[in-house]
Design a protein around this ligand. Structure first.
Ligand code: CO
Length: 142
Protein backbone atom coordinates (compact mmCIF):
# COMPACT_ATOMS: atom_id res chain seq x y z
CA UNK A 1 0.00 0.00 0.00
CA UNK A 2 1.34 3.35 -1.03
CA UNK A 3 1.16 5.80 1.83
CA UNK A 4 0.10 9.31 1.04
CA UNK A 5 0.82 12.39 3.03
CA UNK A 6 -1.75 15.11 3.37
CA UNK A 7 0.04 18.43 3.17
CA UNK A 8 -2.78 20.94 3.00
CA UNK A 9 -6.46 20.98 2.19
CA UNK A 10 -7.02 19.36 -1.17
CA UNK A 11 -3.39 18.30 -1.72
CA UNK A 12 -1.63 14.99 -1.07
CA UNK A 13 1.94 13.99 -1.83
CA UNK A 14 3.01 10.43 -2.47
CA UNK A 15 5.56 8.75 -0.24
CA UNK A 16 8.68 9.59 -2.23
CA UNK A 17 7.55 13.13 -2.93
CA UNK A 18 7.45 12.80 -6.69
CA UNK A 19 3.72 13.15 -7.18
CA UNK A 20 1.01 15.48 -5.95
CA UNK A 21 -2.68 14.70 -6.10
CA UNK A 22 -4.91 17.75 -5.98
CA UNK A 23 -8.68 17.89 -5.66
CA UNK A 24 -10.35 21.25 -6.11
CA UNK A 25 -14.06 21.90 -6.04
CA UNK A 26 -16.19 24.48 -7.78
CA UNK A 27 -19.79 25.08 -6.77
CA UNK A 28 -23.02 26.77 -7.83
CA UNK A 29 -22.04 29.99 -6.04
CA UNK A 30 -19.10 30.55 -8.38
CA UNK A 31 -16.41 29.62 -5.88
CA UNK A 32 -13.41 27.33 -5.72
CA UNK A 33 -12.87 25.67 -2.32
CA UNK A 34 -9.10 26.29 -2.51
CA UNK A 35 -7.45 29.71 -2.73
CA UNK A 36 -3.97 28.25 -2.74
CA UNK A 37 -2.37 25.05 -4.01
CA UNK A 38 1.23 24.27 -3.05
CA UNK A 39 3.37 21.61 -4.71
CA UNK A 40 7.10 21.03 -5.07
CA UNK A 41 9.26 21.61 -8.11
CA UNK A 42 9.65 18.52 -10.26
CA UNK A 43 6.45 16.86 -9.08
CA UNK A 44 3.98 15.24 -11.39
CA UNK A 45 0.62 16.77 -10.53
CA UNK A 46 -2.69 15.02 -10.98
CA UNK A 47 -5.47 17.53 -10.52
CA UNK A 48 -9.17 16.74 -10.37
CA UNK A 49 -11.76 19.47 -10.66
CA UNK A 50 -15.10 18.50 -9.10
CA UNK A 51 -18.21 20.57 -9.77
CA UNK A 52 -20.17 20.02 -6.56
CA UNK A 53 -23.15 22.04 -7.77
CA UNK A 54 -26.14 21.05 -9.84
CA UNK A 55 -26.36 23.86 -12.35
CA UNK A 56 -25.93 23.29 -16.06
CA UNK A 57 -22.63 23.83 -17.88
CA UNK A 58 -24.28 26.58 -19.94
CA UNK A 59 -24.96 28.76 -16.88
CA UNK A 60 -22.40 27.62 -14.29
CA UNK A 61 -19.56 26.04 -16.22
CA UNK A 62 -16.23 25.59 -14.48
CA UNK A 63 -12.75 24.82 -15.63
CA UNK A 64 -9.32 25.17 -14.04
CA UNK A 65 -6.81 27.15 -16.05
CA UNK A 66 -3.21 27.59 -14.91
CA UNK A 67 -1.66 30.72 -16.39
CA UNK A 68 1.91 31.65 -17.08
CA UNK A 69 3.50 34.25 -14.86
CA UNK A 70 2.85 37.82 -15.89
CA UNK A 71 -0.55 37.18 -17.48
CA UNK A 72 -3.20 39.63 -16.29
CA UNK A 73 -6.07 37.42 -15.15
CA UNK A 74 -8.80 39.97 -15.79
CA UNK A 75 -7.46 40.69 -19.27
CA UNK A 76 -7.23 36.98 -20.01
CA UNK A 77 -10.73 36.44 -18.60
CA UNK A 78 -12.05 39.12 -20.92
CA UNK A 79 -10.64 37.38 -23.97
CA UNK A 80 -11.80 33.99 -22.71
CA UNK A 81 -15.38 35.23 -22.32
CA UNK A 82 -15.74 35.56 -26.09
CA UNK A 83 -14.29 32.11 -26.81
CA UNK A 84 -17.50 30.13 -26.35
CA UNK A 85 -16.73 27.94 -29.36
CA UNK A 86 -13.61 26.61 -27.65
CA UNK A 87 -15.10 26.26 -24.14
CA UNK A 88 -13.68 29.67 -23.11
CA UNK A 89 -10.09 28.77 -23.91
CA UNK A 90 -9.09 31.56 -26.34
CA UNK A 91 -7.20 30.02 -29.24
CA UNK A 92 -5.03 33.12 -29.69
CA UNK A 93 -3.81 33.00 -26.08
CA UNK A 94 -2.65 29.42 -25.75
CA UNK A 95 0.86 30.69 -25.04
CA UNK A 96 -0.46 32.20 -21.81
CA UNK A 97 -1.73 28.85 -20.54
CA UNK A 98 0.41 26.22 -18.83
CA UNK A 99 -2.39 23.68 -18.63
CA UNK A 100 -6.17 23.57 -18.32
CA UNK A 101 -8.98 21.13 -17.64
CA UNK A 102 -12.10 20.60 -19.67
CA UNK A 103 -15.14 22.73 -18.93
CA UNK A 104 -17.68 20.88 -16.76
CA UNK A 105 -21.16 21.40 -15.35
CA UNK A 106 -22.83 20.45 -12.08
CA UNK A 107 -22.18 16.92 -10.85
CA UNK A 108 -19.26 16.36 -13.21
CA UNK A 109 -15.54 16.03 -12.64
CA UNK A 110 -12.46 16.09 -14.82
CA UNK A 111 -8.80 15.20 -14.27
CA UNK A 112 -5.54 16.37 -15.80
CA UNK A 113 -1.92 15.38 -15.20
CA UNK A 114 1.01 17.72 -15.76
CA UNK A 115 4.52 18.45 -14.59
CA UNK A 116 4.77 21.26 -12.06
CA UNK A 117 6.30 24.33 -13.67
CA UNK A 118 9.46 26.01 -12.33
CA UNK A 119 9.53 27.35 -8.78
CA UNK A 120 7.31 30.37 -8.38
CA UNK A 121 3.80 31.62 -7.96
CA UNK A 122 1.19 31.23 -10.68
CA UNK A 123 -2.45 32.24 -11.01
CA UNK A 124 -5.25 29.78 -11.61
CA UNK A 125 -8.73 30.78 -12.69
CA UNK A 126 -12.02 29.56 -14.08
CA UNK A 127 -12.32 31.13 -17.52
CA UNK A 128 -16.11 30.84 -17.83
CA UNK A 129 -17.57 34.30 -18.54
CA UNK A 130 -17.73 36.42 -15.39
CA UNK A 131 -16.10 33.84 -13.12
CA UNK A 132 -12.51 35.04 -13.00
CA UNK A 133 -13.26 37.77 -10.46
CA UNK A 134 -14.30 35.17 -7.87
CA UNK A 135 -12.87 31.90 -9.13
CA UNK A 136 -9.14 32.43 -8.81
CA UNK A 137 -6.24 31.40 -6.65
CA UNK A 138 -2.51 30.87 -6.44
CA UNK A 139 -0.62 27.78 -7.57
CA UNK A 140 2.69 27.83 -5.74
CA UNK A 141 5.68 25.71 -6.72
CA UNK A 142 8.26 25.48 -3.94
CO1 CO B 1 -16.59 28.73 -13.29
Amino acid sequence: KLETKTTAKGVEFNEDGTEATVTIEGDDTMKFNLKEIKVKEGMKVTLTLVHTGQMDIEVMGHNWVLLNQGVDIMDFGGDAASAADSDYIPSDRLDDIIVHTDLIGGGESTTITFDAPAKGEYDFICSFPGHVALMKGKFIVE
